[in-house]
Design a protein around this ligand. Structure first.
Ligand code: HEC
Ligand code: HEC
Length: 223
């Protein structure tokens, strides 16, 4: 009797081992696949099947500048919390693993090395917000809205003056995006000979300081 029980137990144990190893093997190559599935179900309706976005509706998630500049922390946090007062809803209900898998899927489009650690480590911007405001109103507001509320103001740029964006990014991230732009979108580079307006490092920092002020103003208005 005892031997039989032992046999049954051993057999059950073996089945369990085979079963769980099978699962473990299946899990890692399938994260990207699950990410794609989750993306198609939850995100493609706005960001499109190939994640390139639609001007005025949702930004591109596959342009190299966004992928190279952003950390997983930024992408996961943005997906989890969404962006208040924009079309980007929070997706915390998907659970951490699904959000992780979506980010892995988006990363499969990334070509060059990720530079987010170095970019997030850059010093904070120092400058004159009044000069930043002038630049912002002249160059950026047509697309991003006068108060930085993005699509809500009728432009094609995202809500870069709202806390949903500002609270999640470093000054380095904003600086890099203004300098390099985002390929295959309407966000052009604003530094260098081929840029729309060849802004100096100082002028770019003035704009960043102004954006931070805009964000704080929005928070105060809510209180
Ligand atoms: C109803 C439309 C909609 C859906 C659905 C949606 N998004 Fe968005 N998403 C947006 C909009 C609009 C923005 C830009 C918000 C702004 O103006 O800042 C955005 C922004 C983002 C950003 C920031 C990109 C950047 O350039 O900084 C990420 C990342 C993102 N979405 C990922 C996702 C993922 C992943 C899903 C699915 C889980 C998803 N979104 C579902 C509309 C949507
Ligand atoms: C011709 C329109 C246009 C102008 C002008 C423009 N932008 Fe943009 N900007 C965009 C678009 C569009 C995006 C998002 C890319 C996409 O849709 O995939 C963007 C994205 C950004 C982002 C990243 C936001 C995010 O959600 O991740 C920052 C920061 C930014 N712009 C700053 C600026 C600043 C500062 C200026 C002025 C110096 C400026 N932009 C001028 C269209 C514009």
């Amino acid at each position: 009797m005892a031997t039989r029980n032992l046999l049954i137990q051993t057999f059950a144990g073996a089945v369990l081992i085979v079963f769980s190893t099978g699962l473990a093997f299946a899990a890692s190559p399938s994260t990207e696949k699950n990410g794609k599935l989750q993306f198609m179900e939850n995100c493609a309706i706005c960001h499109q099947d190939d994640a390139i976005g639609v001007p005025g509706m949702a930004p591109s998630l596959t342009n190299q500048e966004l992928l190279n500049t952003s950390s997983d922390r930024f992408l996961m946090g943005t997906i989890r919390d969404g962006r208040d007062e924009t079309g980007m809803a929070p997706f915390a209900h998907l659970g951490r693993q699904n959000v992780r898998d979506i980010v892995d899927y988006l990363r499969s489009f990334e070509k060059g090395a990720n530079r987010s650690a170095e970019i997030d480590d850059q010093p904070d911007a120092h400058g004159d917000p009044r000069l930043g405001e002038l630049w912002y109103d002249n160059i950026c507001s047509t697309c991003h809205g006068v108060s930085g509320d993005g699509y809500m103001a009728g432009g094609t740029g995202t809500a870069i003056g709202l806390p949903g964006f500002l609270d999640k990014v470093s000054d380095g991230f904003i600086r890099e995006t203004i300098k390099k732009g985002r390929s295959n979108t309407r966000m052009l580079p604003f530094q260098g000979p081929t840029s729309l307006a060849d802004l100096s490092d100082r002028e770019i920092d003035d704009i960043i300081v102004y954006l931070r002020e805009l964000g704080e103003r929005q928070v105060e208005e809510e209180d």
